[in-house]
Design a protein around this ligand. Structure first.
Ligand SMILES: C[S@@+](CC[C@H](N)C(=O)[O-])C[C@H]1O[C@@H](n2cnc3c(N)ncnc32)[C@H](O)[C@@H]1O
Length: 294
């Protein structure tokens, strides 16, 4: 059975936007519409909702009725051009709930999950539109670069051993599938890691996904464009799920505040309540940060 996506920090994130009924709100990661419905419930007829998702299948989820609701397929790194196409100059609130939905990892044929044997692609959109796939990285890139990626984007302290093992294996046979890669990482990991609660390949898979989709650059660019697109007192709220993303958000917000573009509302990130964590343990790494434009 496919697991359903549970919206994380639902009320906290929508409250963070301090929505007025006539506001224009951008939901940059529409997903399965969980935050969307909550946002829309705060808007009246004159309010406007724009939902963006890079994954076209996400946009098939139903949303509650609102006259001015628009769903757009695209990457949030194209925020300004998407708004321009819709003839929107300024918005009052922007939400991004980063990462992926469970459905996206289970069986979309792109090798995001080490539990399913699929081709190693890991592209969010069509593979042909990307300069390289995960397959290219593991089969063609230098061992040191590979290790840097696994360490830098996966924060895996066994990155060097994993990279070494990948390179040793690919000399014999090309690495084509997700399970093949997961087995290599498993074999390269020390026994203590193998016995752990988390699969040893988790961090390597995260690292490859970030590299293929250029996720951190996309996030930086999205933050800059968001702040530029906000009306005075407009708010940007971002939920992250790993420390690399959280660091980008924290630093960008600080830089924007230092440049007197606005203020950081959250001195410390908002995290899920005990009740939410009991119901959805996957929310444990979520952090919400809020910025308000001057
Ligand atoms: C955690 S889900 C969002 C869930 C949503 N807030 C909800 O309540 O249902 C993240 C979504 O963001 C999308 N996404 C990830 N990176 C993106 C990007 N760079 N641009 C646009 N959408 C992106 C994914 O396809 C996924 O559907």
């Amino acid at each position: 059975m496919q697991e359903k996506h549970e919206t994380v920090l639902l009320h906290e994130a929508v409250e963070a936007l301090a929505i007025e009924p006539t506001d224009t709100i951008v939901d940059a990661t529409f997903g399965s519409g969980g935050h969307a419905n909550e946002i829309i419930s705060h808007l009246k007829e004159k309010g406007r909702y724009i939902g963006i998702d890079v994954d076209e299948t996400a946009l098939r989820h139903p949303v509650n009725e609102l006259k001015n609701a628009t769903l757009v397929q695209g990457n949030f790194r194209e925020l300004e051009s998407k708004l321009e196409t819709l003839n929107i100059k300024k918005v009052d609130g922007i939400l991004a709930d980063l990462g992926w939905r469970m459905e996206q990892f289970s069986g979309n044929g792109k090798g995001f999950s080490f539990r399913l044997d699929e081709p190693l692609l890991m592209t969010l959109g069509e593979p042909a539109d990307y300069p390289f796939t995960a397959r290219d990285i593991v089969n063609e890139w230098d061992e040191t670069v590979l290790a840097d990626i696994i360490f830098g984007y996966g924060e895996d302290r066994f990155a060097r051993r994993i990279a070494k093992r990948i390179v040793e294996t690919r000399v014999e046979t090309p690495i084509e599938t997700s399970v093949q890669l997961a087995d290599i990482v498993y074999a390269a990991s020390p026994a203590a890691v193998r016995r752990g609660r988390v699969h040893p390949a988790t961090k390597t898979f995260q690292a490859l996904r970030i590299a293929v989709n250029d996720e951190l650059e996309a996030l930086e660019s999205f933050i800059t464009q968001s702040i530029a697109s906000l009306a005075p007192q407009g708010r940007l709220a971002i939920i992250t799920f790993h420390s690399l993303e959280d660091r980008v958000v924290k630093h960008r917000f600080r830089e924007a505040a230092a440049a007197e573009l606005g203020i950081v509302i959250t001195k410390r990130p908002i995290t899920p309540s005990t009740e939410e964590l009991e119901e959805n343990p996957r929310a444990r790494s979520a952090k919400l940060r809020i910025f308000e434009k001057n």
